[in-house]
Design a binder for this molecule. Structure first.
Ligand code: MGD
Ligand code: SF4
Length: 748
């Protein structure tokens, strides 16, 4: 068994890791950079060089924002003679603060990828075995509009659904709503952060935001559970953690793997996978029994302390030790330290939260622990975001409403957003109402929604499948019509409005003209709208006018936004609870709900209860996965700059276990699951001390098998290829994806 607090982090950082230095160097490097960033954010305008016309002939500096992940950091594109030659961070951006991560710096690899979708395509073969015909925009949009009309006539507008991920999805949602459907969904809910948001909503009446409202830079103790900050490359958040650590915050990382951030921790707790809830409940119990909680805060703002205390009485540290493999005295020591540092503590809510099927309850336990320590709305805990925003385009007609159409998610009473899988299910069964058409914007559903066979069954029942993408990803082969979107460096797009301590408004504007025949979403949706008789919903001449009118309606100076790329507005109010500004909690009781009557009324545990999850059978390992610092899902694996740095994933396996199986570094294996699924591709073994013996680990996003993806194709193994039937969170419908057990089978 691995031992915490004894591993010298630097000994175990593999070559090729992005953060390959000691905690001291790490703090120094990023700390210095972020000090510069703070200065830049308040820098007089004359130093913001791109804001003036470049003096160099043929050179243009265009501020816009990144789309290589959802963080949307501001960037400045340098354009020379009509070509983007470089991107740099925009110091005004709150999410980037003048810096871009490795992926963000690889913008040219996305823009100039020769594999990009170039023309509209119509599938004259079948879904899954396409035969492509190059089409004109007029023909492709005509086919789509015709089938949309037919679906509306035969099944009603609610039979059309949108899967969307990314900034341009807002235009497609607008089209769908104007058409009369409310069935839009994003994998970022039921396949990612839905349980977390639901757990916090049930407790505080508010979610934790995206980017999250962590006040890490002021924390005295940060706890991360299964969140590998740094490797997941959330730009400003990494900078905040580094600031917090530089100012002396303690860091506790709970992870079966010595992630890079764990290697910088004061305590790394290599927990037995699937037992985090046991640890959290034990911490809650200690905080209550030893009266470490914030009495005044809890007394004033929370309800249900007594019931909570009774419900967690059985979860002693000794019991938790047996479940989690973490010694009781460590559990107690950390709980006491949290009590001492409260309220300046932040138990991170995580992001990718669909783990084992009871994820809303695990997230609720995190929320409850934060509530007891009084960290919500407090300095060093969770800050209260600014209110406000930018209004929608003024004067548009109201969206039509279909009366009496049942919700697709009725089975999951606390699904605050539509789940992808309920749309898939309705497409198969026709219940509670038929779904006959899918628009898939910026989602590679074949790798995103677990249980690919089920997705293929659903697709077989549809009358229309449209994919809007920039690359010929796995999903494309299943579409009837493919619309090539131009990349984020070639288009006007929706505004990115971030509500943090201040309001941040970021503009996306084209640095260069779209390549080939690719087009932006504002244009595609407007064209479709006019073919469907919905012109009144699309009165804008172009993307620029759309944005200018919205800004005008919101009192935002559009010319200034174009020049700077980002405008930051202070909300005026304190981001913390201060005397005279009492917080409000949007829960039924108006208080923080430690005990949830809402859950109880719907037949769920009002206080999280521990259930033991299955552990790997003899000879198998739990399959764990996470983000690579160099890739965002399958979105970037074909990027030639990033593929050069990391072209495939490897299978981490504990050295002792690996040797026992006769494996050595670099061996090629396939993975076989205990449910009988074999990975189509192979993966190279990497023996490491940085992982428990009962799990294996790989980076997500690989195992792409799409024709036309010349660099990503058939590289490594995807965790998604191995998940059979995922366990579903009964509270909000999230699909648990850490329940697969695999064994390596040697090849070659
Ligand atoms: P990607 O797989 O990266 O993300 O799932 P998806 O949202 O499906 O696919 C993104 C698609 O967007 C790609 O096809 C890419 O080419 C396209 N794209 C990129 N830029 C643009 C653009 O500007 N315009 C358009 N139109 N398309 C663009 C992510 C989802 O997956 C999430 S959020 C999570 S957290 C889950 N992660 C996850 C996991 O870790 N494991 C497993 N097994 N499944 C997962 N599913 C979830
Ligand atoms: Fe782009 Fe990186 Fe920022 Fe994500 S974190 S938006 S990939 S620079």
């Amino acid at each position: 068994m691995l031992c915490w607090r004894k591993i010298s982090a630097d000994q175990h950082i593999e070559s090729g890791d992005v953060m390959k230095f000691s905690r001291r160097t790490f703090l120094k490097t990023v700390g210095v950079a972020s000090a510069g960033v703070t200065a830049a954010a308040t820098m007089p305008e004359r130093f913001l060089s791109w804001a003036e016309e470049s003096a160099e002939a043929g050179v243009k500096l265009v501020p816009t924002f990144c789309e290589l992940c959802f963080w949307n950091c501001g960037l400045i594109a340098r354009v020379e003679n009509g070509k983007v030659v470089k991107v740099e961070g925009n110091p005004l951006s709150l999410r980037g603060r003048g810096r871009l991560c490795g992926r963000g710096n690889a913008a040219l690899g996305a823009l100039y990828d020769p594999d990009r979708l170039k023309y509209p395509l119509i599938n004259t073969g079948t879904r899954g075995a396409p035969v492509w015909k190059r089409a004109s925009w007029d023909e492709a949009l005509g086919v789509i509009a015709g089938r949309m009309e037919k679906i509306r006539k035969e099944h009603g507008p609610e039979a059309l659904a949108l899967f969307s991920h990314g900034t341009g999805g807002a235009f497609w949602k607008h089209l769908l709503k104007a058409y009369g459907s409310s069935n839009y969904t994003a994998p970022s809910f039921a396949q990612c952060r839905g349980p977390r948001d639901t757990g916090f909503l049930l407790t505080f009446g508010a979610d934790v935001g995206s980017p999250e409202y962590y006040d890490f830079d002021n924390s005295r103790h940060i706890v991360l559970l299964g969140s590998h900050l740094g490797e997941n490359a959330h730009n400003s958040q990494v900078q905040d953690v580094v600031q917090g650590l530089a100012r002396g915050a303690r860091l506790t990382v709970v992870d079966p793997r010595l992630s890079n951030i764990a290697s910088k921790a004061d305590d790394w707790l290599p927990i037995k996978p699937a037992t985090d809830l046991a640890l959290l409940l034990a911490w809650i119990r200690i905080v209550i029994v030893e009266e470490l909680y914030d009495r005044e805060y809890v007394g004033k703002y929370a309800t249900g302390l007594e019931e909570l205390g009774a419900a967690v009485a059985e979860y002693t540290p000794e019991w938790a030790e047996k479940e989690t493999d973490i010694p009781a005295e460590t559990i107690v020591r950390i709980a006491r330290d949290l009590g001492k540092s409260a309220p300046h503590v932040c138990i991170g809510a995580g992001r990718y939260a669909v783990w084992y099927g009871d994820d809303t309850q695990r997230s609720r336990a995190i929320a409850i622990l934060n509530a007891l320590l009084g960290s919500w709305g407090r300095e060093g805990g969770y800050y209260l975001p600014v209110s406000g925003g930018v209004p929608e385009y003024p004067g548009l007609p109201e969206y039509p409403h279909s009366e009496g159409v049942p919700r697709l998610d009725e089975a999951y009473p606390f699904a605050s957003l539509q789940t992808t899988t309920s749309i898939r299910q309705a497409s198969i069964t026709g219940k509670p109402h038929p779904v006959k058409g899918w628009f898939v914007y910026g989602c590679n559903l074949m790798k995103t929604m677990p249980d690919r066979e089920e997705t293929i069954r659903a697709l077989a029942n549809l009358d229309l499948v449209v994919a809007i993408d920039v690359l010929p990803v796995d999903m494309i082969a299943h579409a009837d019509v493919v619309l090539p979107e131009c990349t984020y460096l070639e288009r006007y797009d929706n505004l990115s409005v971030g509500k943090f301590k201040e309001l941040e408004i970021s503009l996306r504007q084209p640095a260069v003209e779209p390549l080939w025949e690719s087009r932006p979403s504002w244009w595609m949706t407007r064209e479709l709208g006019s073919r469907l008789g919905l012109q009144a919903y699309f009165p804008w001449k172009d993307g620029e006018e759309y944005l200018a009118r919205r800004c005008e309606a919101g009192g935002v100076e559009f010319a200034e936004l174009k020049k700077k790329g980002v405008i930051v507005r202070s909300g005026g109010a304190s981001p913390y609870i201060v005397p005279g500004s009492e917080p409000t909690f949007d829960t039924p009781s108006g208080k923080i709900e430690l005990f949830s009557k809402q859950l109880q009324e719907k037949g769920f545990d009002p206080v999280p209860k521990y259930t033991r999850h299955p552990q790997p059978p003899q000879g198998y390992f739990r399959l764990l996965f996470g983000r690579s610092p160099l890739h965002t899902f399958s979105r970037t694996t074909n990027n030639f700059l990033l593929a050069d740095l990391q072209k495939e994933n490897s299978l981490w396996i504990n050295s002792r276990k690996g040797r026992e199986l006769g494996l050595k570094d670099g061996d090629t294996v396939q993975l076989e699951t205990s449910a009988g699924v074999t990975s189509p591709g192979t993966i190279r073994v990497k023996l490491t001390e940085r992982l428990r013996e009962d799990a294996v680990y790989l980076y997500h996003g690989f195992g792409v098998h799409a024709a036309g993806m010349t660099r990503a194709g058939n590289r490594g193994v995807g965790d998604d290829e191995l998940i059979a039937k995922p366990t579903v969170d009964p509270i909000m419908g999230g699909t648990a994806m850490r329940t697969t057990f695999v064994k390596p089978v040697r090849r070659g």
